[in-house]
Design a binder for this molecule. Structure first.
Ligand code: PBE
Length: 576
C-alpha cells in the first residue's frame, strides 16, 4: 500500500511560524524578563571578589551538611577559581538557579493542582512524559525562533526538561499524606487552604524537596546542550573543548560542573533539616541569606552613571547590545573574529558562540523585523542571495584575504580505494556551483536531492571528476563534515558522485576538530571542507603530517563580519 507521508513536520513548522509572529510581543516580554532576572542573579553572585561567594557557599554547606562537606566546598571552589573557570561557573550557577526557581514557582502549584483534581492529573501526566522523553535538543529549535540565541532559549529548554520531577513529586507527596490526618482536619472544619498549608504541604515537604533537588540536577545537566544555542558558562567551555578536541579544557570544565553539582545537590538535599539547625534556626539562617541576596541585588541594581556603555546609547553597539552573533566555537571564523575584536580594540563587544543554524535563525528573525544585527559570515553562502547583506570593510585585514577550500584524505586511501582517491583528487568547482546547491537546501530541499539535482544539471563537470576512476564495487567510504551550509553542499555532492561510482558512502557530521582529527587518525576517509591558508591553519598544522592534502576544490572564499544593508555602518572601525 502506498500511503503518502503525513506532513507532520510541515504542520509543526507552520504552527511555530505562526506562533513566532502572532506571539512576538509575548516572547519579547519573556525574553527581557528572563534576561533581566538572570543579570540580577549573576550580578549578586559576582559582587566583590570571588572569595566572598566562596565563603558564603562554604558557610551554607557547613550549615546544611556539616563541616567535612564545607571543607570540600571550599577546596573545590578555590580550585575552580584557580583553573580560571570562575566566571563560567557563576554564569552556570545563575542559569541553574533561575531554571530551578522557575520550576519551583510553576511546578509546585501545578503539582498541588494535580493532587487536588484527578482530571488535571490525567491531563498533566502524559504531557510530563512527553516533555521528559522528547530529546531536550528538540526544544532548542523553536526556542531559538521565539527567544533568539543566547541564554534565554537555553533556560527555557532546561526548564521544560527539568520541571517534571517537581510536579510529580509534589503531587505524590500530597497524595501520600495519610488519609486519617486529612479526615481529622476535615472534622475540625478546616477550609481547603487551611488543610493544604497546615497539613498537606508540611507533611509533603520532604517529597517535594526531593523533586526540587532532581529538577535542579536536571537543569544542570542541560548546560552543555544549552550552549549550542549560545548560552554561556561551563557548558560552553565543554562544547568549545569538544569542538577543538581540547582534552585538558574539557576535563577542567567538566570537573567544575561535577563540583557544582555536588554542592548544589547537598545543599538542596539538606535544606529542610540543616545539620546545624539546632544551633541556628533555619528560619533565621535563611532570612539572613535572603536579606543578603536582596540587599546586594538592590545595591547592584542602582545604575552606575559612569558606565561607558551609556555614552553611545543610540549607536550600533547599543542597538545590538554589543553582541556579534557567531557560529560553532571551533570554527576558524570565530578565531578570526576574536583577533579582529582585539585588533580593532572593540573591548565592549562580545562574540556569541552557538552554531551556524542558530546564527542564520537569528539573522532571519532580525531581518524580518528590520532590526540591526551583526553576524560572522562567509562566502559562498546562500544567505547572500536570500537577504540584502554586506560585509563590513576590514582595513586591518584581520580576516585575511580570499581563500581556497581543500580536499584532504587519509593516508592509505589511494591504495585501499583508488577510484575514490582519484575522484576526490579531481573534484573542483566554482563558488556559484556551491551556492546553487546551498540555495536549494536553504529552501527546504533535502541535501541528497539538491546534490542529485546539481549533478544531473552538470554532468560535464562531474565526468571530469570521475574521469579514469576505477569503480568502487561496494567498498565503504566515509566522509566527515561540519554542518556549515557550505560544507553540507560540497560533501553531499561529492558523496553522491562517489556513490554513483559504486562506493558505499557514509557521511558523518562532526565538529571541526574531530573532522580534522578523524581524517588524520584514519577513522574517516576524507573531507572536502578545509579552508586554507588562514581559517583552518591551526588544525591543518596540528595534523598535517598525518593526512594527505589533495589541494583546492574551490577558489575565492571570504570571511568577515556581515550586516544587513539597512544597517548604516560600513566598516569594522565604525563599531568602536
Ligand atoms: N566557515 C565555513 C568555516 C569554514 C567553512 C567559514 C564557517 C570556519 O569558519 O571554520
Amino acid at each position: 500500500m502506498d500511503i503518502p507521508k503525513i506532513p507532520l513536520g510541515e504542520w509543526v513548522d507552520s504552527f511555530v511560524a505562526w506562533l513566532t509572529i502572532a506571539w512576538a510581543g509575548f516572547f519579547t516580554f519573556i525574553t527581557n524578563l528572563i534576561d533581566g532576572l538572570l543579570n540580577i542573579i549573576a550580578d549578586v553572585l559576582s559582587v566583590g571578589p570571588p572569595i566572598i561567594l566562596i565563603l558564603v557557599l562554604t558557610l551554607l554547606v557547613i550549615y546544611t551538611s556539616r563541616w567535612p562537606l564545607g571543607v570540600f566546598t571550599l577546596l573545590s571552589l578555590l580550585l575552580i577559581e584557580n583553573l580560571g573557570y570562575w566566571d563560567s561557573s557563576i554564569q552556570t550557577l545563575a542559569i541553574v538557579l533561575l531554571s530551578g526557581l522557575l520550576t519551583i514557582i510553576i511546578g509546585i502549584p501545578v503539582g498541588i493542582w494535580c493532587a487536588q483534581r484527578k482530571t488535571v492529573q490525567r491531563i498533566v501526566t502524559p504531557i510530563l512524559d512527553f516533555m521528559q522523553t522528547m530529546p531536550a535538543f528538540v526544544y532548542l529549535i523553536p526556542a531559538i525562533l521565539f527567544f533568539g540565541i543566547g541564554v534565554v532559549p537555553g533556560i527555557i529548554a532546561s526548564f521544560i526538561f527539568a520541571i517534571a520531577p517537581t510536579i510529580r513529586m509534589t503531587n505524590l507527596g500530597i497524595q501520600r499524606v495519610p488519609e486519617d490526618l486529612v479526615e481529622a482536619a476535615n472534622a475540625f472544619g478546616s477550609t481547603t487552604s487551611q488543610k493544604l498549608f497546615k497539613v498537606q504541604l508540611p507533611l509533603a515537604t520532604p517529597t517535594i524537596m526531593a523533586g526540587v533537588n532532581q529538577s535542579i540536577m536536571l537543569a544542570l545537566s542541560m548546560v552543555v546542550t544549552a550552549s549550542l544555542v549560545g548560552a554561556p558558562g561551563l557548558g560552553a567551555d565543554v562544547y568549545r573543548a569538544v569542538s577543538q578536541i581540547d582534552v585538558g579544557q574539557g576535563f577542567e570544565a567538566g570537573l567544575s560542573i561535577v563540583f557544582i553539582a555536588i554542592i548544589l545537590d547537598r545543599i538542596t538535599q539538606n535544606l529542610r533539616k540543616p545539620a546545624y539547625g539546632h544551633v541556628l534556626k533555619p528560619k533565621i539562617a535563611f532570612s539572613i541569606l535572603a536579606l543578603l541576596a536582596v540587599g546586594t541585588a538592590i545595591v547592584t541594581a542602582i545604575p552606575d552613571n559612569n558606565s561607558p556603555i551609556n555614552e553611545n546609547a543610540t549607536g550600533i553597539g547599543a542597538e545590538t547590545e554589543y553582541e556579534i552573533v557567531g557560529i560553532e566555537p571551533g570554527a576558524g571564523l570565530m578565531e578570526l573574529t576574536k583577533t579582529a575584536i582585539e585588533e580593532y580594540e572593540l573591548d565592549n563587544w562580545r562574540l556569541l558562540e552557538g552554531s551556524s543554524a542558530a546564527m542564520v535563525a537569528e539573522l532571519q528573525k532580525a531581518y524580518s523585523n528590520q532590526e540591526p544585527i551583526i553576524i560572522t559570515g562567509w562566502t559562498p553562502h546562500w544567505m547572500f542571495s536570500s537577504f540584502d547583506l554586506k560585509y563590513l570593510d576590514d582595513p586591518r585585514e584581520s580576516f585575511g584575504g580570499a581563500e581556497e577550500i581543500h580536499t584532504i584524505v587519509r593516508k592509505g586511501l589511494e591504495q585501499d580505494a583508488p577510484g575514490a582517491y582519484t575522484i576526490l583528487d579531481q573534484f573542483t568547482w566554482e563558488p556559484s556551483d556551491m551556492e546553487a546547491v546551498m540555495v536549494d537546501v536553504a529552501d527546504g530541499m533535502d541535501p541528497n536531492e539538491a546534490a542529485e539535482k546539481w549533478i544531473n544539471a552538470n554532468s560535464d563537470k562531474v565526468s571530469e571528476w570521475t574521469n579514469g576512476a576505477q569503480p568502487g564495487n561496494g567498498k565503504p567510504v566515509n566522509l566527515v563534515f561540519v554542518a556549515w551550509d557550505s560544507e553540507i553542499a560540497s560533501t553531499y555532492v561529492i558523496g553522491k558522485v562517489l556513490q554513483q561510482n559504486g562506493y558505499d558512502v557514509t557521511l558523518s557530521q562532526v565538529e571541526v576538530g574531530p573532522m580534522f582529527a578523524g581524517v588524520a587518525n584514519g577513522s574517516a576517509d576524507g573531507m572536502v571542507g578545509a579552508w586554507l591558508p588562514t581559517t583552518h591553519v591551526e588544525y591543518f598544522n596540528t595534523y598535517k603530517d598525518d593526512f594527505i592534502d589533495l589541494g583546492e576544490n574551490l577558489h575565492g572564499t571570504k570571511n568577515g563580519l556581515v550586516v544587513p544593508k539597512y544597517v548604516e555602518i560600513n566598516s569594522i572601525e565604525d563599531l568602536k
